[in-house]
Every structure is written in structure tokens, then in C-alpha cells.
Design a protein around this ligand. Structure first.
Ligand SMILES: Nc1ncnc2c1ncn2[C@@H]1O[C@H](COP(=O)(O)OP(=O)(O)OP(=O)(O)O)[C@@H](O)[C@H]1O
Ligand SMILES: O=c1ccn([C@@H]2O[C@H](COP(=O)(O)O)[C@@H](O)[C@H]2O)c(=O)[nH]1
Length: 243
């Protein structure tokens, strides 16, 4: 059955794209092929009427914690990390608009003339009108991550679910990149993620979702079609929700 004949499980989603995954096979930066593929997949969701909010990470460019290890001041490093998410957001908007998908980019840090400032009510109106809305610059504050920003914006704009699209295909009992014996969970409660300290998402983000009952699905963004599958209600990856 074509996707357009199917009813999506979710009306409004908040999709968090890993910055690192935007590198594709490269060591740093943005692979335009990954951007184009993501634009295509997001276009499929718009085609079945799903409203899409997007948060893009910055790990392909800068992370504050890594810059601190290299000797920079942490807050300066975090500012650089947040600016990196704006660069990724600009690239993602460009790819979406080339695919004829109407897109608005908003930043939590004011950057007049480059990108508009985050406004919750305007972002909700734009989502209703069918724009993809990209929320850049994380929360606007140091010491946070874009996972927390994704959960925060998802809760604020009343999304039905947060999708964390990343390089691994779900949450495991230990980091599957480091441990080939790691075992995958199909579902977890927020408390299980917190108790087991499962590192796929930062714990602040999980606490926020637990406190506001926002389900999170973690899945592999490199698997073509996964985004559509999970939006239609498929069980790819791992679902984190209340018990
Ligand atoms: N228990 C776990 N289950 C799954 N993945 C885990 C786990 N612990 C650590 N990870 C790691 O978490 C990573 C997922 O995070 P991701 O790459 O999306 O990073 P991020 O910091 O959220 O995004 P960005 O790349 O934008 O900085 C995986 O690549 C995986 O190696
Ligand atoms: O609210 C936020 C969000 C992000 N940062 C900084 O940006 C980088 C990149 O984000 P990732 O989530 O790691 O992809 C992050 O490491 C922080 O340094 C921030 O300060 N505040």
C-alpha cells in the first residue's frame, strides 16, 4: 500500500537529527547526500500530512565538552556548539527548500538578518500551516545538549512524540559502538533508562520527557524508510515511555 494511503500514528512530531550522522562517511562537516536523503524522507511525512519540527545536533562540527578538553573555556565551547547547530540548520533548510518543502529556521540565540528568533506561538502556527520548523541553537544556554532542546521544543509545541534519529538502531544495555555484545531493548520506561544510566540520550532530556509524559523513539537514521515507518506506527528502534 503506498504511504499516502496510510494514516500516520502521529500528527505532529519533533525529529532530532544527530549532527554526527550528517557527516555520512566523512570525519567532519556535512555530507550533502545525507541532507538530500533526509529532505526526501521528511518530504514523505509532509506528503501524508504530518507536521514536522526539527532539531539538528552539532556533533559533526563542535561540542563544548570536547573543546573544553582541548583547553577552551566551557561556556565558549558550548556557544560554538550552539552556533554549529545553526550552521547545520541553515544547511538543512537549504536542502528542504530545494526539495520544495516550505521551511522556517528559528534560533534560540538572536541572530538578526541570518535567522529568525525562536517564538513558540509562531512556530506552532507555522507547523499548522505545513512548514517544517527547524529549531536551532539548542536551548540557547550552555551545559545543555540538543537532545534536551529536542525534548523541550517537543513538549513546548505539543508534539505527539520525539524521534531521536541517530547512528545506532536503538537503545542497548551498553554502547553498541564500543561493545559488539550489547543487547538491544525494544522498549524501556524513563525510569529504566535513568536507573541503568543508558547513554544514548542525556539524562536531563529523559527527565524532561518523563515529567511531561512525552514518548521518545530512538532509531537509525541511516536505514532508508525508517522515518516513515516509525511515523506510521512501526516499531523500529526502541520506544521510551512511561511504564
Ligand atoms: N546504551 C546505549 N545505547 C545506544 N547507544 C548508545 C548507548 N550508550 C551510548 N550510546 C551512543 O550514543 C550515540 C547516540 O548519540 P548521537 O550520535 O545521536 O549523539 P548526540 O550527541 O545526541 O548527537 P550529535 O551527533 O548531534 O552530537 C550512539 O552513536 C552510541 O554510540
Ligand atoms: O542547549 C544546548 C544545546 C547544545 N549546546 C552545545 O552545542 C553542542 C552541540 O550539540 P549536541 O547535542 O552535542 O549535538 C553541545 O555539545 C553543546 O556544547 C549547548 O551548549 N546548549
Amino acid at each position: 500500500m503506498p504511504a499516502s494511503d496510510r494514516t500516520p500514528k502521529y500528527k505532529r512530531i519533533l525529529l532530532k537529527l544527530s549532527g554526527e550522522a550528517l557527516m555520512g562517511e566523512m570525519d567532519f562537516g556535512i555530507d550533502p547526500n545525507v541532507l538530500d536523503r533526509m529532505a526526501l524522507e521528511i518530504g514523505q511525512l509532509r506528503g501524508i500530512g504530518v507536521q514536522v519540527g526539527l532539531v539538528v545536533g552539532g556533533g559533526n562540527l563542535f561540542r563544548g565538552a570536547a573543546l573544553q578538553k582541548a583547553g577552551l573555556d566551557r561556556v565558549t565551547g558550548d556557544h560554538m556548539g550552539m552556533l554549529a547547530t545553526v550552521m547545520n540548520g541553515l544547511a538543512m533548510r537549504d536542502a528542504l527548500e530545494r526539495a520544495n518543502i516550505s521551511t522556517t529556521l528559528m534560533s534560540a540565540i538572536q541572530m538578526s538578518g541570518v535567522v529568525e528568533h525562536y517564538d513558540r506561538r509562531r512556530s506552532m502556527r507555522l507547523l499548522e500551516q505545513g512548514d517544517v520548523v527547524i529549531f536551532a541553537a539548542g536551548t540557547g544556554n550552555p551545559f545543555f545538549t540538543t537532545d534536551s532542546a529536542a525534548c523541550l521544543r517537543g513538549i513546548e509545541v505539543e508534539a505527539d512524540v520525539v524521534f531521536k534519529a541517530t547512528k545506532v538502531d536503538g537503545v542497548y544495555d551498553s554502547d553498541p559502538v564500543k561493545n559488539p555484545e550489547a543487547v538491544k531493548y525494544n522498549s524501556l520506561t524513563y525510569d529504566e533508562v535513568l536507573e541503568k544510566k543508558l547513554g544514548v540520550m542525556d539524562l536531563t532530556a529523559i527527565c524532561l520527557c518523563r515529567d511531561h509524559d512525552m514518548p521518545v523513539r530512538v532509531f537509525n537514521m541511516n536505514q532508508a524508510g525508517s522515518l516513515l515507518t516509525v511515523t506510521l506506527g512501526g516499531a523500529d528502534g526502541t520506544l521510551i515511555e512511561k511504564g
